[in-house]
Design a protein around this ligand. Structure first.
Ligand SMILES: Cc1cc2nc3c(=O)[nH]c(=O)nc-3n(C[C@H](O)[C@H](O)[C@H](O)COP(=O)(O)OP(=O)(O)OC[C@H]3O[C@@H](n4cnc5c(N)ncnc54)[C@H](O)[C@@H]3O)c2cc1C
Length: 481
C-alpha cells in the first residue's frame, strides 16, 4: 500500500490501513508530518505551530484518530468561550442546566454585546434550523445558497449578522458569509450548538501540533511499513485505466497493490495527466475548488498580559487570542514544548507567548508583515490592558494563502469521492466528498473513507468512520436520521 501526503488525511488512511494489517509506505515531501496542521522550527530555533488549531466536541473522527495514535490526552477541552468587544463588554458562552437545544439559553440571554432585538432574530433562525432537523429545504436549491442570503431571508439584524453569525462562521469556515454555502453554515450550528450539549466544547492541543503525530509512525512501522520524508510525488503511471506506479524525482518509480493520494487538490490537479482530466469529470473539476487564507500572528511579551486561555475579539481584525504559555503549561507549571528554544524558555519564566488567528484574511495577504504586526499589536493592547506597558520582544506572521478549500455555495458538486474510476487510485484530503468543511475532522474522515474504499475493493470491508454525536435532550424531537 502506498500513501502520498503526510497531512491528517494521509495519516488517518495510513493508520487505519496499518491497523487492518496492511504494510503502508507513506511518502511526504517535507521532513515532518502534519501538513497544514504542523509545527515548524523558525530560523532562530523557536518552535511554532503554523497556526493555532482547535477542535470541537462534535469532531468525533478526529477524536478517534487522536485516541488511536495515543494523543487523546494531549487535547485540553474547555466548556467556556469568552468574547470581548472594543467597548470592553464581555460575553460568555457555556452550557447551563437546560437540555439541548436550550443549554446555551442562559449565557445567550445575558450576552451583553447583542441587544434584545438581535437575540430574538437569532432565536427565530435557530428555531427554523431546529424544525428542519438541521437541514432546511431551501439548502437544496441548485447551485447552493449563500449563508448571507439565508440570514437575510430569515430577517437577521445587522448586529446579529456581524456580531454573532459572522463571528462564529468566519472562525469555523474561514470565509465571509456571502462565500459560504448555507449548508455548511447551518451544519456548524446544528452539530456544534443545537443538537447536543457537548458539541460546542472546544479542544485545544496542549502540545505542539507536531507532537500529536508521534504515534503515527509507530503504528505504520509496527506492520512493517515506513514513512519516507523529502519525497515529492511528480507523476502517476496510469496504463489501461489502472494506476501502476507513482513517480518521484529522477523518474524513480514505486509500485503497490493500491494507492491513496492525500495531497492538496491543486497539487494533485497539476500532477494528473491532462487526458484523464478531460475524460473524468470527477478529476477534471478540481481547479474549480477555490482556496481561502488564514493568518497566524505570534507575539512574545516580556511579561504576563492575559490570564484566560483564549479570548474571541469582536469587531476587530484579530479574531482570536490564544495564550500559548498557559495552554502548553502542565499541572506543575512546566511547558510541554520539547527542547524549548531560548525565546520560549524566557517566555515561560517571565513573559508570555500569544498566538492570534485571523481567518478569511484575504485583506492581509498583500499587506507587509510589519503593518500586520502593528495593527494586531494595537488591538491586543486595546483588549488586554496589561499588554499596554509590556514590551513585545518578538513577533512572527505566518500567512497561509491556501489554508482551506473555500466553502463556496455549490462547492460540493466539485468534491470527488475517495474511490476513483482508475483502478488502484484512491483519494483523501479535506477537499474530497466528506460532507464536512475544510477541517482536521474533514481530513480524518476523508482518510478513513479512503481506507474503507481500499478494503472494500480488496473484498475485506471494514469500517473506520465514527458516528456523529447523537442529538440529546429535546433536540432529538427534531433530529432526522
Ligand atoms: C492556518 C490554518 C489554520 C487552521 N485552523 C484549523 C482549526 O483550527 N481547526 C481545524 O479543524 N482545521 C483547521 N485548519 C484546516 C486543517 O489544517 C486542514 O483542513 C487539514 O489539516 C487538511 O489536512 P489534509 O491532510 O487534507 O491536507 P494537508 O495537511 O495539506 O496534507 C497534504 C500533505 O501533502 C504533502 N505534499 C504536498 N505536495 C506533495 C507532493 N508533491 N508529494 C508528497 N507530498 C506532498 C504536504 O506537505 C502535506 O503534508 C487550518 C488550516 C490552516 C492552514
Amino acid at each position: 500500500m502506498i500513501v502520498i501526503g503526510g497531512g491528517l488525511a494521509g495519516l488517518a488512511a495510513s493508520v487505519a490501513l496499518a491497523e487492518a494489517g496492511w504494510r503502508v509506505r507513506l511518502f511526504e515531501q517535507r521532513p515532518f508530518l502534519g501538513g497544514r496542521a504542523a509545527s515548524y522550527v523558525l530560523p532562530d530555533g523557536e518552535h511554532v505551530d503554523n497556526c493555532q488549531h482547535v477542535t470541537f466536541g462534535c469532531c468525533t473522527n478526529l477524536e478517534d484518530f487522536y485516541r488511536r495514535v495515543g494523543s487523546g490526552n494531549k487535547i485540553k477541552f474547555f466548556d467556556r468561550l469568552l468574547l470581548l468587544d472594543p467597548q470592553g463588554r464581555r460575553g460568555e458562552m457555556h452550557a447551563g442546566i437546560l437540555p439541548a437545544p436550550f443549554h446555551m439559553t442562559g449565557s445567550f440571554l445575558t450576552f451583553s454585546p447583542l441587544a434584545l432585538k438581535d437575540k430574538i432574530a437569532i432565536a427565530r433562525a435557530f428555531y427554523s434550523i431546529l424544525q428542519s432537523g438541521g437541514h432546511p429545504p431551501e439548502l437544496d436549491e441548485p447551485g447552493g445558497l449563500s449563508m448571507l442570503a439565508w440570514l437575510q431571508r430569515h430577517k437577521q439584524t445587522d448586529a446579529a449578522i456581524s456580531r454573532f453569525w459572522r463571528v462564529v462562521l468566519v472562525s469555523a469556515l474561514s470565509e465571509e458569509l456571502d462565500h459560504i454555502d448555507a449548508r455548511y453554515g447551518i451544519d456548524v450550528f446544528w452539530k456544534a450548538v443545537l443538537s447536543n450539549k457537548t458539541g460546542y466544547r472546544m479542544g485545544v492541543p496542549a502540545v505542539a501540533l507536531g507532537d500529536l503525530y508521534d504515534g503515527c509512525r509507530a503504528s505504520i512501522e509496527e506492520k512493517g511499513g515506513e514513512v519516507v520524508f523529502r519525497s515529492p510525488l511528480r507523476g502517476l503511471k496510469i496504463e489501461n485505466n489502472k494506476l501502476n506506479a507513482v513517480i518521484f524525482d529522477n523518474g524513480r518509480e514505486e509500485s503497490a497493490d493500491a494507492y491513496v493520494i492525500a495531497l492538496p487538490h491543486l497539487v494533485l490537479s497539476a500532477i494528473l495527466p491532462e487526458s484523464l482530466k478531460q475524460t473524468d469529470t470527477a478529476l477534471g473539476n478540481l481547479d474549480k475548488i477555490m482556496v481561502a487564507p488564514i493568518t497566524g500572528v505570534h507575539f512574545w511579551f516580556d511579561r504576563q498580559v492575559m490570564t484566560e486561555p483564549f479570548i474571541t475579539l469582536l469587531d476587530t481584525t484579530t479574531q482570536w487570542i490564544f495564550n500559548k504559555t498557559a495552554l502548553y503549561a502542565t499541572e506543575n507549571g512546566a511547558s510541554t514544548v520539547k527542547a524549548p528554544a531560548p525565546a520560549q524558555a524566557s517566555a515561560k519564566e517571565n513573559g508570555q507567548y500569544l498566538q492570534l488567528v485571523i481567518s478569511a484574511s484575504h485583506d492581509l495577504l498583500q499587506k507587509p508583515r510589519q503593518e500586520i504586526i502593528d495593527l494586531c499589536l494595537a488591538e491586543v493592547r486595546h483588549a488586554l490592558p496589561a499588554a499596554r506597558e509590556a514590551v513585545l520582544t518578538k513577533a512572527t506572521v505566518i500567512k497561509e494563502a491556501a489554508a482551506i478549500f473555500s466553502p463556496q455555495p455549490g462547492v460540493d458538486r466539485w468534491r470527488p469521492m475517495q474511490q476513483t474510476s482508475i483502478a488502484g487510485l484512491f483519494l483523501a484530503g479535506d477537499w474530497t466528498a466528506t460532507g464536512w468543511p475544510a477541517t482536521m475532522e474533514g481530513a480524518v474522515r476523508s482518510g478513513y473513507l479512503a481506507a474503507e474504499a481500499v478494503l472494500r475493493s480488496a473484498r475485506t470491508p471494514q469500517k473506520f468512520i465514527q458516528p456523529d454525536l447523537k442529538p440529546d435532550g429535546l433536540a432529538g424531537i427534531w433530529a432526522k436520521d
